[in-house]
Write a protein of this length. Structure first.
Length: 251
């Protein structure tokens, strides 16, 4: 059985001093926990967090985005090779905030996943429907289309990705998908991955969207929920630790 993966997405939050207090408390409180964990930090803090995480293996370093290009005249972009220089293990691709504010298409997200994989970094590929999609009965169609683009471009490497199901209407809203709602979509994604690779059992499917200390255990207990991608609650050490603890008991 895979260990649950609890990944924090700090988004555009933090400072040199705030990062020290948050991460030190998480490191101190997570000793002996039986899950996998990561913190996906702003690129500006990769070096700082890399050094804070050195010498332990429970919490891995993650980034929040990667360029779809390899190298060259792309002002402001950060390549997968650069992330590798900081021993980044995971990178979030296709987060709904990037799809929405930076017009990232399914094709761009697939290319970003490919760049990460070729640098030996695990992409956390985010998929999820908007409220309008859900109300129109399009949830399954939307998430499958988003994932299909990544499967198509990445072929046999697909077993090396992590998927995060993040209903857009649940992100940062305090409105969580119910365990049943989340499980239903996770099962759809699981069968899509099964059809794509004989190694689909290696792929973790995370739930994200207002996961918190109070609801994590119930969500993580669902058959096809292999972990969480945590935004707001990852900024409070006690909450992130409670979610890690829930992930350590629900194997
Ligand atoms: P949230 O964010 O936990 O604050 O809803 C999750 C995410 O956007 O990854």
């Amino acid at each position: 059985m895979k260990k649950k993966l609890i990944a924090g997405n700090w988004k555009m939050n933090g400072s040199l001093s705030a990062n020290v207090s948050l991460l030190q408390a998480v490191l101190d409180g997570s000793q002996g926990m039986n899950c996998q964990a990561a913190v996906c930090v702003p690129a500006a803090y990769l070096a700082q967090v890399q050094s804070m995480l050195s010498g332990q293996s429970l919490i891995a370093l993650g980034s929040q985005d990667v360029s779809a290009q390899e190298v060259g005249a792309y002002t402001g972009e950060i390549s997968a090779g650069m992330l590798k220089d900081f021993a980044v293990r995971y990178v979030i691709v296709g987060h709904s905030e990037r799809r929405q504010h930076h017009a990232e298409s399914n094709a761009t997200v697939a290319d970003k996943a490919q760049r990460a994989l070729s640098a030996g970094i695990t992409p956390i590929v985010c998929v999820g429907e908007t409220l309008a999609d859900r109300e129109a009965g399009l949830t399954e169609e939307v998430v499958k289309r988003q994932l299909a683009a990544v499967i198509q471009v990445n072929g046999h490497c697909i077993s090396e990705i992590v998927v995060a199901y993040e209903p857009v209407w649940a992100i940062g809203t305090g409105r969580t998908a119910s365990p049943d709602q989340a499980q239903e979509v996770h099962a759809v994604l699981r069968s899509q991955l099964k059809a794509a690779t004989s190694h689909s059992d290696r792929i973790s499917i995370l739930y994200g969207g207002s996961m918190n200390a109070a609801n994590a255990a119930q969500l993580l207990a669902q058959t096809d929920i292999d972990g969480g991608l945590i935004g707001g609650a990852a900024l409070k050490a006690a909450d992130f630790l409670a979610i890690m603890a829930a992930g350590s008991t629900t194997a």
